[in-house]
Every structure is written in structure tokens, then in C-alpha cells.
Design a protein around this ligand. Structure first.
Ligand code: ASP
Length: 334
């Protein structure tokens, strides 16, 4: 009887050990969320203190929304959606309310999301009536057999998914309308000193899973149903647990041709480079050398953050909790 009790004890100790080991392997101690609010001709000189304060408060609110999800054991996917929704609702950024306008004076938005664990992804392009385009991208990933839906079809799908629908006028702020009127007189995309203003988020959750999301109104005065890099998986948005999560902002045509988000991940996978080295190489060398302006936020599974940009500034913010301490950072300029 004594022997039986001993065997039982050994078995249960072994079981407990295995269980404990597994939970430290599969469970991270901390979580991270990183955001961008666009790159471009952003400097202390052209960003008045009140604007800086407003941007800081919006980015902090978005970090807090993401943290709420992550600290409760929620997924990185839910965290990036929560953060992006805050930025889409803010008129300060080129996403959701405050999106830039097409040559016809309309807001046509793109968004994408990707799950680093499963490589599932969802994207929408050229939509005009969904209050939070990122929720439409998420619905495409979760509830359709496709990755990307565009225009009227995407909007019909969003209605069927019971997403919040608004009048297209909701997105047009007085500030965007004013700059649209001014640019109409100039007529060329090239003459516009760009502040890209797209929003993006990457996150790492307590289970060690990465996710990336991007939402944008695209580029001011875009024509003919132009679609940028943001909703294109691998160009403006990418996540893979084996490498990193990436959200880009900048001149989309370059980010598409140079497949920037995937290229950063590929440099890590094939060359065994760090997220810092890989993203610096792609943004500050490959892209910069050909005149591709912009930046990216990148995050690996160990919680390493890289935020390279080759423009004067990029609105960026991150929150990192390592299990003990929380670090918050908001920065705009070089
Ligand atoms: N990359 C976006 C686009 O080309 C613009 C931006 O980053 O603001 O559509």
C-alpha cells in the first residue's frame, strides 16, 4: 500500500513538472503593442505643440485599448483591432474619419489584418461606408473563404456581417476638405509634400502570437480606384510567428513593388537577421536608394521592436510589459 502511494506521488510530481514546463514554454511573461500614425514630412517645425499633444493623446488612447486586451490574456489579433479602431475614429489620421480624399473628393479606404500564428489574413480595398475598415478586414479573415474583397462587394459583405455602416460624408473632415480644394488647383500627386498618416499596429500576446494590421485612406488625390500597399498582404502588412509582424506606411507604389513587409520577414528567415537589422536594411537602404519614402513598425516573437523610417518623421508609439515593468514610448521625429 505504501509502495502504491509512493508510485502515485512520483507520477503526479512528474505530471505537474511537465505541465509547469509546458506552461512556461507556451506562455510568454509579457506583451507588446506598437503603433504608427504615418510617416512623411513631419518635423517639430511643422507640428505645433497642440497638434503634438493631440497626437500623443490619441496614440496613448490606442495603446491603452490594445493593452486592455493583451493584459487580460486576449489575442494579439483582438489587440491590433482595438487599437486601430481608436485611430480610425480620430480625425487626426489618414484612416477612417479623417481619411484623405480621392481626386473626386471621396474617402476610399483600405485595410488589412494578418495572424502570425496561422498566416490567415483578411483585407478590404476601396470601401466608402464601413465606419471601421479594420473590422471589415477582420470579418473577411474570420467569416469568408477569401483574403481580399474590394469596392461594392466588400461593402455588401460588410452589411451582411452587420458591421457599422455610415454615410460616406462621415469620413470627410473640414481639414481634409480644405487641403483637397487646395490640391485640386495643383493637379499633381508629385507636388504634394506628403504626410502619409496611415495607421498601423503590431502586437505580441501572452501566448507568444504576433499579429499585424494597417488601415488607410491611401494617398491624397488618388485616381481610378487606386489601391495602395496597406491592404496587400506582404506589401504593407504581414505577420508570421517565425519572423515578425510588420505594418508599413509611405508611398504605397514602392512598398508594393518592393514587397516591403514580407521582405523584412524574409531577411530574418533566410539570413537569420535580427528584426532591427532586417527592417533597417529594407527601409533605409533598399527603399531609400530608389526614392521609396516611408517607414514600418516591426515586432518579433521575443518582443524586440524596430521602427525604421527614411522620412523626416513617423508618428509612433509602443507599450511593452515584460512581466514586471511597463515601458511606454511615444515619438514623432528623428
Ligand atoms: N501607404 C499608404 C498608401 O500608399 C499611404 C500611407 O502610408 O499613408 O496607400
Amino acid at each position: 500500500m505504501k509502495r502504491f502511494a509512493l508510485v502515485l506521488m512520483v507520477i503526479s510530481i512528474t505530471f505537474l513538472n511537465v505541465f509547469a514546463q509546458q506552461s512556461t514554454i507556451t506562455k510568454n511573461k509579457g506583451y507588446v503593442i506598437v503603433l504608427h500614425g504615418g510617416a512623411g514630412d513631419i518635423s517639430a517645425q511643422n507640428t505645433p505643440p497642440e497638434k503634438q499633444a493631440a497626437l500623443k493623446s490619441a496614440l496613448t488612447e490606442a495603446l491603452t485599448a490594445g493593452k486592455k486586451v493583451l493584459s487580460n490574456g486576449g489575442t494579439s489579433l483582438d489587440a491590433v483591432v482595438a487599437a486601430i479602431k481608436v485611430l480610425e475614429d480620430s480625425p487626426l489620421f489618414n484612416a477612417g474619419k479623417g481619411a484623405v480624399l480621392t481626386a473626386e473628393g471621396k474617402a476610399e479606404m483600405d485595410a488589412a489584418i494578418m495572424d502570425g500564428k496561422t498566416l490567415k489574413a483578411g483585407a478590404v480595398a476601396g470601401i466608402t461606408i464601413v465606419k471601421n475598415p479594420i473590422t471589415a478586414a477582420r470579418a473577411v479573415m474570420d467569416h469568408s473563404e477569401h483574403v481580399m474583397l474590394a469596392g461594392k462587394g466588400a461593402e455588401q459583405f460588410a452589411r451582411e456581417q452587420k458591421l457599422e455602416i455610415v454615410d460616406p460624408a462621415y469620413f470627410i473632415t473640414p481639414e481634409r476638405w480644405k487641403s483637397f480644394q487646395k490640391m485640386k488647383e495643383q493637379d499633381s500627386l508629385k507636388r504634394v509634400k506628403e504626410k502619409f498618416g496611415t495607421v498601423g499596429a503590431v502586437a505580441l500576446d501572452l501566448d507568444g502570437n504576433l499579429a499585424a494590421a494597417t488601415s488607410t485612406g491611401g494617398m491624397m488625390m488618388k485616381k481610378f480606384g487606386r489601391i495602395g500597399d496597406s491592404p496587400i498582404i506582404g506589401a504593407g502588412t504581414y505577420a508570421n510567428n517565425d519572423a515578425c509582424a510588420v505594418s508599413c506606411t509611405g508611398h504605397g507604389e514602392f512598398f508594393i513593388r518592393y514587397v516591403v513587409a514580407y521582405d523584412i520577414a524574409a531577411q530574418m528567415l533566410y539570413k537569420d537577421w535580427s528584426v532591427d537589422k532586417a527592417s533597417d536594411f529594407v527601409i533605409n537602404h533598399k527603399l531609400k536608394d530608389v526614392g521609396g519614402e516611408g517607414g514600418a513598425i516591426c515586432l518579433d516573437r521575443k518582443g524586440n521592436i524596430a521602427t525604421p523610417f527614411n522620412t523626416p518623421g513617423m508618428y509612433r508609439a509602443w507599450l511593452k510589459f515584460d512581466g514586471k515593468n511597463e515601458e511606454i514610448n511615444v515619438a514623432f521625429f528623428k
